[in-house]
Design a protein around this ligand. Structure first.
Ligand SMILES: CC(C)(COP(=O)(O)OP(=O)(O)OC[C@H]1O[C@@H](n2cnc3c(N)ncnc32)[C@H](O)[C@@H]1OP(=O)(O)O)[C@@H](O)C(=O)NCCC(=O)NCCS
Length: 195
């Protein structure tokens, strides 16, 4: 399977974590986290039963945009996963070619047992570095329900800007129509950040 992630020198290491492309062997570790109510409450698709999750996790398109986060520097436990979905920017037809595969949407899940210690911040900063410094993307976006405070606070910790507050446009499986937030970061903003 080839995709944008192939051009990155994996694994990406941070002070406390390793980020690497997911493999079908990560299905159990990611299921264990995603099935927790405090996690599944906010993610796009609840994992369902283990067999259907395993089938969907192993789909090439999904694997091609999924990274796992390992604790420590050498094969530690999987404590979360990240989405890195490279796509086109909106463009007028005549210039659409110049807008191909120039931006990414990010997503994240952290095992609640490891919450509150900055692991998600550390992983997402490394992911932004991968997007801008390794992949040369021009813009990164992320979205969440406005009620998902932990997620938008993470976006702000890593320097993303709130670009939109949508009003009751996103349907939550239990909570009904909710507000949403969109955040973004441009390559030049990433380059100008305080290190
Ligand atoms: C969104 C999510 C990844 C955020 O996790 P998190 O634990 O809040 O984020 P971090 O790991 O970066 O930890 C940040 C917290 O640790 C604290 N912290 C401790 N050491 C830190 C450090 N070195 N660096 C940064 N923060 C640190 C921060 O102050 C912050 O605490 P606070 O929330 O009380 O202010 C997590 O809540 C999650 O997986 N939720 C369910 C899935 C989900 O919602 N996904 C997104 C769908 S849009």
């Amino acid at each position: 399977m080839s995709g944008p992630l192939d051009s990155v020198a994996w694994p990406v290491r941070t002070e406390r974590l390793v980020l690497r492309p997911a493999t079908p062997g990560d299905v159990e570790a990611t299921y264990r986290i995603r099935v927790l109510p405090e996690v599944s409450r906010w993610i796009t698709a609840a994992p369902g039963d283990p067999a259907s999750y395993a089938a969907s996790f192993a789909e090439p398109d999904r694997l091609a945009r999924t990274l796992v986060v390992e604790l420590g520097s050498d094969g530690g436990p999987v404590i979360g996963d990240l989405m890195l979905w490279v796509g086109d920017a909106w463009a007028q037809v005549e210039v659409a070619e110049a807008a191909r595969a120039c931006q990414a949407e990010l997503g994240w899940v952290l095992d609640p047992a490891y919450a509150g210690r900055g692991f998600a911040t550390e992983a997402v900063r490394a992911l932004l570095g991968t997007c801008f410094d390794a992949l040369g993307l021009r813009r990164v976006v992320a979205e969440c329900f406005a009620d998902n405070t932990a997620s938008w606070r993470l976006m702000e910790r890593v320097g993303m800007r709130r670009e939109a507050h949508t009003v009751r446009e996103s349907l939550h499986r239990d909570l009904g129509w909710l507000d949403g937030f969109s955040y973004a970061l441009l390559a030049e903003e990433w380059a100008a950040r305080e290190r």
